[in-house]
Design a protein. Structure first.
Length: 81
């Protein structure tokens, strides 16, 4: 039973790494869900699930339903109160 979960976590990480690379290569222009799906070889519904997970864990910020609406949260500065 742990095998599907591990696969899902690997897929989520693959989506995250694609987003990070895409933002870096395209001057912070967000990839579309279709671009992520094509690059990661998965369906758009799977991409949406992974985006939801990444957003819930604070690894990305995402406005569902809006095009090119994925960005990375800014890390809080160390020592900030």
């Amino acid at each position: 039973m742990s095998k599907p979960r591990r696969r899902s976590e690997e897929d989520t990480e693959r989506v995250y790494q694609f987003i990070v690379g895409y933002l870096d290569e395209h001057n912070n222009l967000s990839p579309t869900q279709q671009e992520i799906a094509s690059a990661c070889h998965m369906s758009r519904s799977s991409v949406q699930r992974h985006l939801t997970l990444l957003d819930a864990h604070g690894r990305i910020c995402w406005t569902e339903g809006a095009k090119r609406s994925i960005w990375l949260p800014k890390p809080s500065e160390e020592g900030e109160d």
